[in-house]
Design a protein around this ligand. Structure first.
Ligand code: GDP
Ligand code: IMO
Ligand code: MG
Length: 458
């Protein structure tokens, strides 16, 4: 059977930790979308691992699969694998033959487009990893897939088609001279051919390439447990997020089927767990109705929403929660929990369970607020409007909870749910009731043992 892990907010909800939490019962962990824009943290035996591409199960020796819905940069994949090996692990990672490859020119284009957009304050604040340009080429039917790397003739033919186009875009559309780039080889067919042919050979030599749908279906038929690890989150989903301030893939549960080759019946037959941060963070641009205190320059084009004057509280939560981007190190914007966003996420993905993390970070506050609904043009809204312009004008209507005192995470985790402070339980029960979904796990610290586990999905 499968268990699917979905970010219910804007990414960084603690997905990696929950994959790890349930990891003992799992045989295979498959990522279904995204690429090295992700940064998933696993804390194991006092060691912290920040993973961008390697599925989080690899830390515990599980087979990892990068599904066909992923975009894979072989440079960063092999760097990450080498680093993990240096740390004494032996990750077994497979890559779908149908996964698209991120080339150096995709990163170049990501950077140039963001720079051009920033001139009109409309940059997305991407991670700069070339994610959008690679998915563009996938949809434009000119991308190069992992399976193409092992056939040198096909690779060269595809590069000879695509690279001159990219060169023309860089030079003629954006007016940037290729020889002035930090890495002019990013647009050189011969250099790309040599480097990426070798990656193809390495994928082959290390027996890494698989037909993901077949591989995963066979595993399930043999009775193995499969975890589908989403990256990013619902509000940055290309379809269901706040377009254009989104990533270019589907982190929602539908992406788990298209991005692995497992049919919807298989994914829907298992649990779909929505990962919730007990407050909210965002890296990059776009509206944030419950924002506490912004990060200068990250909300282009929008009037300040939320309680922007609460800079001190935002800073406290940012520091307590270590809210700095795993991939880019950028400070994360901080906001109160946003229930319209969570109602939207629960509907889109059909959560059967929740994991609510970071309850410890809010401990010690006098009161904890939640954006319960919005008002837009005088009307009450229970869910997120479809246009980002409207979402940018939503005013959060708050519900205030009494705060809860600091507690010892280890004691609470070992004694169980009833050991959580009563006000924290009230907060959790409000979220469960609003989403009509039980909380399977409650995070009270970054470590695996700092979690109250109420339900094991396998
Ligand atoms: P992901 O991208 O969803 O996997 O999340 P990240 O790894 O980017 O960010 C989550 C951060 O919060 C990591 O540093 C985790 O170790 C940490 N974390 C996860 N759950 C908890 C929790 O319940 N409490 C605290 N204090 N930290 C947590
Ligand atoms: P994990 O898996 C948080 C954000 C970027 C930017 C937007 C588009 O760790 O939760 P992209 O580089 O994907 O084109 O950037 O999406 N973003 C994330 N924010 N967590 C992530 O991943 C993210 N991956 C991308 O900051 O706003
Ligand atoms: Mg992250």
């Amino acid at each position: 059977m499968t268990v699917t892990i979905v970010g219910s907010q804007l990414g960084d909800e603690g997905k990696g930790g929950i994959v790890d939490l349930y990891g003992d019962d799992v045989d295979v962990v498959a990522r279904y979308q995204g690429g090295d824009n992700a940064g998933h943290t696993v804390v194991h035996e006092g060691e912290t691992y920040k993973l961008s591409l390697v599925p989080s199960g690899a830390i515990r020796g599980k087979v990892g699969v990068l599904g066909n819905g992923c975009v894979v940069n072989p440079r960063t994949l092999f760097d990450e694998l080498d680093t993990l090996q240096e740390r004494g692990l032996d990750p077994d990672v497979r890559i779908a033959e149908r996964a698209h490859i991120i080339f150096p020119f995709h990163r170049v284009l990501d950077g140039i487009e963001e720079k051009v957009k920033s001139e009109s304050d409309s940059e997305v604040g991407t991670t700069g990893r070339g994610i959008g340009p690679t998915y563009e080429d996938k949809a434009g039917r000119r991308g190069i897939r992992a399976g193409d790397l092992r056939n040198p003739d096909v690779l060269r033919e595809r590069l000879e088609y695509i690279v001159p186009q990219k060169r023309a875009v860089v030079e003629d559309v954006y007016g940037v001279a290729v020889e002035d780039l930090d890495d002019p080889d990013a647009l050189d067919v011969d250099a790309l051919y040599e480097e990426f042919r070798e990656y193809g050979e390495r994928f082959e030599a290390e027996d890494m390439m698989v037909n993901a749908g077949v591989f995963l279906s066979d595993a399930i038929a043999e009775g193995q447990n499969v975890m589908l690890e989403g990256a990013q989150g619902t509000t940055i989903d290309i379809d269901h997020g706040n377009y254009p301030y989104v990533t270019s893939s589907n982190p929602t549960a539908g992406g788990a089927t298209t991005g692995t080759g497992l049919n919807p019946g298989v994914v829907g037959g298992g649990d779909v767990i929505g990962i919730v941060k007990a407050y909210l963070t965002r890296v990059g641009s776009g509206p944030l109705p419950t924002e506490l205190g912004g990060v200068v320059g990250d909300t282009p084009g929008y009037e300040e929403q939320g309680e922007g004057e609460n800079e001190a509280l935002a800073t406290r939560i940012r520091e307590e929660g270590g809210e700095y981007g795993t991939v880019t190190g950028r400070p994360r914007r901080v906001a109160w929990l946003d229930m319209p966003m969570l109602r939207h996420a629960a509907r889109v993905s059909g959560f059967t369970g929740l994991a609510i993390n970071h309850l410890d970070v809010l401990a010690g506050l006098d009161e904890v607020k939640v954006g319960d609904t919005y008002t837009l043009d005088g009307e009450e809204q229970h869910t997120v409007p479809a246009t980002t312009e409207e979402w940018g004008r939503c005013k959060a209507q708050y519900r205030t909870f009494d705060g809860w005192p600091e507690f010892d995470p280890a004691t609470v985790a070992s004694e169980g749910y009833e050991a959580l402070p009563e006000n924290a339980r009230d907060y959790i029960e409000y979220i469960e009731a609003e989403l009509d979904t039980p909380a399977y796990a409650l995070g009270v610290g970054p470590g695996r043992s700092e979690t109250v586990v109420r339900e094991r999905p396998y």
